[in-house]
Ligand binder design. Structure first.
Ligand code: NAD
Ligand code: MG
Length: 396
């Protein structure tokens, strides 16, 4: 067992807090060396007081000033920094060997890439890094020589169901017929389509099984989340898109499965608690206590599975379309979706307009090769502008 020095990018978020909860249980195994957050300064201050990291990063100078004030007289070694470059510093200059990439959205891409290049063990929760820059990110991992542990529960499940070293041994790929990503179907799986017109942010964020950040909760309701996960799986496991399937499984007990050519299907099951995949990523290949209650299968009358309904979930269809187009299309999809979800949460964009906005932007920006991070970020900006503009147009 080697000591893991951990940087938690996005430590105040849902994944970040769960990560620190696992770490807290194992002071003999894990030391926190850097923590980062955008705006929740009070929470970050409390985390710094508990874990005494070498570096703490916030978004802007005001936040840094406030954090420094909160940490004054606490006798900590923590150096307070701010800005996007400081997120990279938290990865490269903190003496960490392990990085939890749990910033939400495109903002997490550059620091995650820095962790890949630097050969760290990367615990990847930020799916956008793969959706937007899968090719670059996987190459950076290869060149950096570090270990990539997927944290998204479905991908972590598949990782557990695949043979060791699967991604490094292409000859074993022919043994796998399909990856089955399970999806709960979200809160509106059975809501009559006519009632979706008046869905509020509160309803969309009330996920039946998982407690998550607001953005990903809406993505679960529209199933855009599963669409992004299909693209994420494509890059992580190196299998053709046709081998990646989505299954609706409302109980969220089976977190995903692998179907092999000999007829075997291997599934990973557990409570819907992100601390299980987080603990697995932190301690792999060992297993540690994650603080998660045991799964009691007798509590479930049945486990059910069905095909997704692409009419009910147009965002899922759009994600498959973007995945098939490749290049920068997934970046456009993701950016347009982020803006549409934000507009739904904060500006009253109707729920059913989310896929309309995404489709419009996806059709208006041609896909180009995702050859460099600069180009990807340019396209990301362009897609966001286009989404804003279209939302103004349809709301005006
Ligand atoms: P969250 O909104 O709860 O937390 C996001 C974190 O990122 C916070 O610490 C926030 O301060 C930070 N952040 C936000 N914007 C930032 C910016 N511009 N610059 C720097 N930091 C910023 O989100 P979450 O639910 O914890 O999700 C984090 C990531 O993990 C997402 O990519 C999500 O898709 C993925 N994920 C989450 C879950 C889950 O159960 N929550 C499951 C699978 C994957
Ligand atoms: Mg997931």
């Amino acid at each position: 067992m080697s000591l893991r020095y951990v940087t938690v990018l996005g430590s105040t978020g849902s994944i970040g807090v769960s990560t620190l909860d696992v770490i807290r249980r194992h002071p003999d195994r894990f030391k926190v060396v850097a923590l980062t957050a955008a705006k929740q300064i009070d929470r970050l201050a409390n985390q710094c007081i508990e874990f005494n990291p070498a570096i703490a990063v916030v978004s802007n100078a005001d936040g840094a000033k406030r954090l420094s004030e909160l940490l004054r007289d606490k006798k900590l070694k923590t150096q307070v920094m701010y800005g996007a470059d400081a997120l990279v510093t938290a990865v490269t200059d903190s003496a960490c060997n392990t990085v939890m990439a749990a910033i939400v959205g495109a903002a997490g891409l550059v620091p995650a890439l820095a962790a890949a290049k630097a050969g760290k063990r990367v615990l990847l929760a930020n799916k956008e890094a793969l959706v937007m820059s899968g090719d670059l990110f996987m190459n950076a991992m290869k060149l950096g020589g570090g270990e990539l542990l997927p944290i998204d529960s479905e991908h972590n499940a598949i990782f557990q169901c695949l043979p060791a070293n699967f991604t490094k041994s292409p000859q074993s790929h022919s043994e796998v017929e399909e990856l089955w990503l399970t999806a709960s179907g979200g809160p509106f799986r059975n809501t009559p389509i006519t009632e979706l017109v008046s869905i509020t942010p509160g309803q969309a964020c009330a996920h039946p099984n998982w407690v998550m950040g607001r953005k990903i909760s809406v993505d679960s309701a529209t199933m855009m989340n599963k669409g992004l996960e299909v693209i994420e799986a494509f890059w992580l496991f190196g299998l053709p898109l046709e081998k990646i399937k989505v299954l609706i499984h409302p109980q969220s007990v089976v977190h995903s499965m692998v179907r092999y050519r000999d007829g075997s299907v291997i599934a990973q099951m557990g409570q819907p608690d992100m601390r299980t995949p987080i603990a697995y990523g932190l301690s792999w290949p060992e297993r540690i206590d994650a603080g998660v209650g045991q799964l009691d299968l007798t509590q479930f009358a049945a486990l059910s599975f069905s095909e997704p309904d692409f009419e009910r979930f147009p965002c899922l269809a759009l994600a498959f379309e973007a995945a098939t187009l490749g290049g920068t299309a997934p970046t456009v999809l993701n950016a347009a979706n982020e803006i549409a979800v934000e507009a739904f949460l904060d500006q009253g964009l109707p729920y059913l307009q989310i896929p309309v906005v995404v489709e419009h932007v996806l059709n208006s920006i041609a896909s180009t090769p995702a050859g460099s991070i600069e180009h990807i970020l340019d396209v990301d900006t362009q897609a966001r502008e286009s989404a804003h503009q279209y939302i103004r147009q349809i709301s005006g």
